[in-house]
Write a protein that binds this ligand. Structure first.
Ligand SMILES: Nc1ncnc2c1ncn2[C@@H]1O[C@H](COP(=O)(O)OP(=O)(O)O)[C@@H](O)[C@H]1O
Ligand SMILES: [Mg+2]
Length: 359
């Protein structure tokens, strides 16, 4: 799939912009703070319903304006799709697909898929487990609506359980009324995560070898509640909830569950989450992103749009060339301040919220 056109009105530093993208490589260049990331942020927002940069939607509306409008026209094997978002300062955002407003954000998932990579993504490797969970959650939500719904239900039940745990003593004792439901949707989520990480691991390991010319072997493993089927996970989850009930009551918080899951990442037996060199961590982040692409291609039957925000400057030339070779037949939106002149691509120059096609 690819994005054919994008339209921005009062989004970030854009007043009114429209561009037609190349179905293959697009280089978006310009000095710092001109609007390159803002442009790809809009693309990603329309694919996933979330900004990769901020949870605060109002930031997306141009300063001094009340509302913003963004739209992409995408081309898929099954036909064209138009996604539009209307943002205002006072009301909830509205999103529509082919002119029809959606009721729940879950309906957007999987319409047009995008993979986003920026230097910030290094935190998937080296920061807290929630970054790795978010990474899997965003992907799986695009791939499976069931996943998205089970995860949303899980989070709701979890916060109800936690609220009860924080309440008066006599109410706390009834906390296990939530356990069955919590374990039920939690185990479904966990099982899908486990399968996803298995596939991701295989692709990422290949990508790491490819990028390092066989020098580094990356291993990726799911760390969570044990079990080989959703049902086995559920039974184990229920046992743990029961075993930790008193501790949960004492602390006013649920200690067991998929909100504690993590992904283990190692190169040559060394846990690179804490002990990897910067180079290993960067390469692993990129390998995970390339693996994401392959999973989408495999599961959806179409490659997603790949967004590389400012990552080119961070790679050495050998890795840059290998990367370009790997992605030359899918749509990529690459932002950078400098680029190699011999890249076969369409070029867009961004300056102060204006975009000009230069070739
Ligand atoms: N809501 C907003 N309204 C107006 N300008 C904004 C808004 N949000 C960000 N900006 C401006 O956008 C610019 C940064 O754009 P960005 O796309 O991050 O730059 P870069 O080209 O370096 O990727 C900054 O000048 C910032 O002030
Ligand atoms: Mg930027």
């Amino acid at each position: 799939m690819y994005i054919e056109r994008i339209l921005l009105k009062n989004f970030r530093n854009y007043t009114d912009a429209e561009i037609k993208f190349d179905p293959k490589t697009n280089i978006i260049f310009g000095s710092n703070a001109q609007g390159k990331t803002n442009l790809v942020e809009a693309v990603y927002y329309l694919c996933v319903g979330k900004s990769p940069r901020t949870p605060r939607e109002k930031e997306l509306i141009k300063t001094g304006q009340d509302k913003a409008y963004i739209r992409v026209d995408a081309v898929k094997k099954t036909g064209k799709v138009r996604i539009e978002a209307y943002l205002t300062r006072t009301e909830n955002r509205r999103i529509s697909i082919n002119g029809i407003p959606i009721k729940r954000i879950g309906e957007l998932m999987g319409t047009v898929n995008a993979v986003f990579f920026s230097p910030d993504e290094l935190k998937i490797i080296k920061e807290a487990p929630e970054n790795r969970r978010r990474f899997i959650d965003i992907d799986l939500s695009q791939l499976s609506r069931n996943y998205f719904y089970n995860l949303s239900r899980y989070n709701k039940i979890l916060s109800q359980r936690n609220r009860l745990l924080k309440s008066q003593k006599n109410l706390k004792e009834t906390v296990d009324i939530w356990d069955e439901q919590l374990a039920d949707c939690g185990s479904r989520v966990a099982y899908q995560r486990k399968e996803f990480v298995r596939m991701l691991g295989a692709f990422a390991s290949d990508a790491q070898s490819y990028l390092t010319d066989g020098k580094e072997i990356l291993k990726v493993a799911y760390e969570g509640i044990k079990g080989d089927s959703a049902d086995e996970i559920k039974q184990n989850f229920l046992k743990k909830l029961k075993a930790e009930k008193d501790y949960d009551i004492e602390r006013g918080y649920t200690h067991t569950g998929i909100h504690k899951d993590d992904i283990a990442l190692s190169v040559g037996g060394v846990d690179i989450r804490s002990f990897g060199s910067q180079g290993q961590q960067r390469t692993a982040a990129l390998a995970l992103k390339l693996a994401e692409l392959q999973i989408f291609a495999h599961e959806v039957g179409e490659t997603p749009v790949l967004i590389l925000d400012d990552v080119f400057s961070e790679l050495d030339e050998a890795r840059r060339i290998r990367l370009i070779q790997k992605i030359d037949n899918i749509q990529t939106l690459i932002t950078c301040t400098h680029f190699d002149n011999d890249i076969n691509a369409s070029f867009f120059k961004v300056s102060a919220g204006q975009i000009k096609s230069t070739k």
